[in-house]
Design a protein around this ligand. Sequence first.
Ligand SMILES: [Zn+2]
Length: 480
Amino acid sequence: MELRLYDTLTKEKRVFTPIDPSNVRMYVCGPTVYDFAHIGNARPVIVFDVLFRLLRHLYGADHVTYVRNITDVDDKINDRAARDFPGLPLNEAIRKVTEKTAAQFQADVAALGCLPPTHQPRATEFVLPRADGRTDMVTLIKQLIARGHAYEAGGEVLFDVQSMPDYGALSGRRLEEQKAGARVAVDAHKRNPADFVLWKLSSEHEPGWDSPWGRGRPGWHIECSAMSAAYLGGPDGKDVFDIHGGGLDLIFPHHENEIAQSRCAHGTPAMANTWMHNGFLQVEGEKMSKSLGNFFTINELLQTKKFGSNQWHGYVLRLAMLMTHYRQPIDWTVDRLVEARKLLKEWIDIAYGAEPESDDPPKEIIDPLLDDLNTPGMITVLHALHREAVRLNVEAARKLNSALRFLGIWNGEKTSEIYSFGYEVKTEVELLLAARTEARARKDFKESDRIRDELAAMGVVLKDGKDADGKPVTTWEIAR
Ligand SMILES: [Zn+2]
């Protein structure tokens, strides 16, 4: 069976044929590092990690290049730096914000079972021409001006959308419609209201780089055109790569503009051959927003009890995400996480005792993934393997073991390590046990029973016994 992927540009599911099977190339837009990543940001990271794993399996781990950028220049970052470090010079404050946030992002997505991409370029390192000759933003903008696709006006360098006849093909927005919908107060220096910024001048209070157009900073879209070309430029200089991914919200204007820049700078018919977009994420049926109080960062789900009074292990969050096909909208609910936790526990209980079948994942698991990353179909197969495995089918248990590892929803840990939820819960069990021992000592059996029930609700089973000196001791374990 061949890999088939849905392409947003042509709106069809097509057989995936890499340009160069010895180097399959994928780019996914990464985080803007000014704040903790929220659970909606986690979706593309997990989805494209599964695709990365699948491509590595199909073409060999050394034959896939996955680039996910880090946007570390952005006005939101400047605002945050000024707010959080008012006493520091701006550049230093910005570095503090971006370094801390980027490190947090890496820790969060590692907890979600994601492999590190091959390259994680930071935008600020690709603004000016580089010693290693990799593509940079200033050179790319110069090329666009030289080819008649960009112009300087009003302290900005702008992309001239009318210079590209099929601008708008990805999002299906035609220029005439955009004109009609544009606000009345259009920037007067633009030739067309849809023209977008490639470079803008910086005030002395803003970060900037010296360029042919004065001290300024790049627009957001040009970053991805530069960093994708820097690492994914074709073997014969063609600058078309295989897969470009991101969330649905990036189709317009971000990806539309990336395509315009890259194609016009390189003179190619495409930027990437397949455009993949994951669907939106809602929380308990509503759009996630800070004002609604349903806004959750990955870190909050991992480390606090803000969502459903629970800490959630990264594997549980990952499985919960994969229960819905990546192109469908996902409703992020406590019920969903409870369900994922229950399933994962059942599967790991069986898989733990079995040796992995081999380093390779079982074919049954790969097949649904070949059909445009059909993760719900893959979960159906996991159910079937589990059903067989509990009937003492050793082969099925071994396959389950291999499959869970391949999917990144388990890495061989004991169930208790996952279900004691690392950070705090273990301590909480110990505290409750101590309280119960005290209650029993003062013969408050009502209270000691209440604590036992509370622990039972957490999945903790108690065993009362006596130690060598005949003193009562209680041990505990996670119910299996
Ligand atoms: Zn991008």
